[in-house]
Design a protein. Structure first.
Length: 144
């Protein structure tokens, strides 16, 4: 039986001594450093303005892409595609064309988004027409 007042010897050697206490503080900063500055603008950068700038023309390409994606996602829903996908795909084609034209004139910087919206609009419109034709064929063959 072991004595509870004696440290247990596990066979791995003597227990290591406790680590030394850390030094107190870091001392003064080296010369040339001032007090810490608050959050602000990094040197050399101009603040962003939210006024009338070039980004205002980017909205047509962005809207075309969003409408084209929504139209592509909703073309398969019966009867709802007539209300959502067909109008959104037509608007995506129109806004995509306008967005590409603005980007070619240098008034917008998102020609890729406008092109994506244009293509998604064409694909969604073609899928809506195909869905309508398939729906008519199924309805005529089943006798409704």
């Amino acid at each position: 039986m072991t004595d509870p007042n004696q440290p247990e010897n596990s066979g791995w050697g003597q227990p290591s001594p406790p680590p030394p206490h850390p030094q107190q503080g870091y001392g003064p900063p080296p010369p040339g450093y001032g007090p810490p500055q608050g959050y602000g603008q990094p040197p050399g950068y101009q603040p962003y303005s939210y006024g009338m700038g070039g980004a205002a023309e980017d909205s047509k390409g962005h809207a075309a892409m969003v409408m084209g994606i929504i139209a592509c996602c909703t073309f398969w829903i019966p009867f709802l595609y007539l209300v959502t996908a067909v109008p959104l795909s037509i608007l995506a084609i129109v806004f995509g064309t306008k967005g590409k034209r603005l980007a070619d004139q240098g008034r917008a910087s998102n020609r890729g988004q406008a092109q994506a919206g244009f293509i998604c609009g064409i694909v969604a419109l073609a899928l809506c027409v195909l869905s309508g034709v398939v729906g008519v064929l199924i309805a005529s063959s089943s006798g409704y």
